[in-house]
Design a protein around this ligand. Structure first.
Ligand code: PEP
Ligand code: MN
Length: 337
């Protein structure tokens, strides 16, 4: 249920929140430009008791929410969420390009990649230290050492970095190093991980599961938001279809659909969705035109030597070219890097 407040003081809001909590709900205050609304989160079965709060002074009305993703949806908050992480901004009038290797492999590889992507105009670095691999015999990541290497490279080139966290237990460790915590496609519905990420103090980069609907992606974002972490970035990274020419099928229509449904920023990953470096450039540009707030792109100094996802990784030269083309596109779509 949503409690729409008439113009009022903070103490009136606090009072309504205390009444909501006394009824066993969590009260989420959302201050908009025009008005303040309070979302009562909890068991929908007791909502008739919340309805009686309408008799309180300063409460304009109590209305049921139509969409199940109350905090992620646009019904409660129409202004877009803009996430500022160091020098990078995700959402709003800027396009955030997050680039780096699939896996952190060595100090040299990380420093070289960070230098190249920074020179080309990337705003954030990526790299996996904990890798979710289909096979238990594949490279699993450098773990904490990988986090240290990411941190060193990110600091040297003044970029925040995104890295994946795979279990709730890893959240405190990864949060100590990373600027943005990634929840990967395979974990999109790992609800204990989502709850742990919701308690973290860092923004969460949530990738769409390869067999998940847009609605399910938003419900997963809702888990994080409901724990009090308002900084969620959604990522379309391709879904599984009958098509086999690409690794996954990039659902670009998810971008405008998400923009209609949610205020959260939307990033597109053309690397994991296509699986081929030659397809990354056209799909990255298409994503910008479709309205994405950012791109996540795998870049490796020598893709043929990569420990993982070499075939879809751009060389620094190709990444540079792509960034030049994106700069020209941004003039048309009215954004900047
Ligand atoms: C990744 O970004 O490194 C990754 C594993 O992506 P996804 O979860 O989308 O497969
Ligand atoms: Mn990868």
């Amino acid at each position: 249920m949503i409690i729409v407040m008439a113009s009022c003081k903070q103490e009136d809001i606090d009072y309504v929140v205390s009444r909501i909590e006394a009824l066993g709900y969590k009260g989420h205050v959302l201050k908009g430009v025009e008005r303040t609304v309070i979302a009562a989160i909890g068991d929908e079965r007791g909502k008739f008791r919340l309805q009686s709060l309408e008799s309180l002074p300063h409460v304009e009305k109590v209305v049921p929410i139509l969409k199940p993703f109350k905090l992620a949806g646009r019904e409660l908050r129409s202004e877009p969420t803009v996430i500022q992480v160091g020098s990078a901004q995700i959402g709003g009038e800027r396009l955030c390009v997050i680039a780096g290797p699939c896996s952190v492999e060595s100090r040299e590889q990380m420093l070289e990649t960070a230098r190249c992507v920074k020179e080309a105009g990337a705003s954030a670095l990526r790299g996996g230290a904990f890798k979710p691999r289909t096979s238990p015999y594949s490279f699993q990541g450098l773990e904490e050492e990988g986090l240290q290497l990411l941190q060193e490279a990110a600091q040297r080139y003044d970029m925040p970095f995104v890295t994946e966290v795979m279990t709730p237990e890893q959240v405190p460790l990864v949060e100590r190093y990373a600027d943005i915590l990634q929840v990967g496609a395979r974990n999109m519905q790992n609800f204990s991980l989502l709850k742990a990420a919701g308690k973290a103090r860092k923004p969460v980069f949530l990738k769409r599961g390869m067999m998940s609907t847009i609605n399910e992606l938003l419900m997963s974002a809702e888990y994080i938001l409901a724990e009090g972490n308002a900084q969620v970035i959604l990522c379309e990274r391709g879904i599984r279809t009958f098509e086999t020419e690409t690794r996954n099928t990039l659902d670009l229509s998810a971008v405008p659909v998400l923009k209609q449904l949610t205020h959260l920023p939307v990033v597109v990953d053309p690397s994991h969705s296509t699986g081929h470096w030659g397809l990354v450039n056209p799909m990255a540009k298409a994503a910008v035109v479709a309205g994405a707030d950012g791109l996540m792109i795998e870049v490796h100094p020598r893709p043929s030597e990569a420990f993982s996802d070499g075939p879809q990784s751009l060389t620094p030269v190709h990444f540079h070219q792509l960034m030049d083309e994106i700069r020209r596109l941004l003039e048309i779509v009215g954004k900047t890097l």
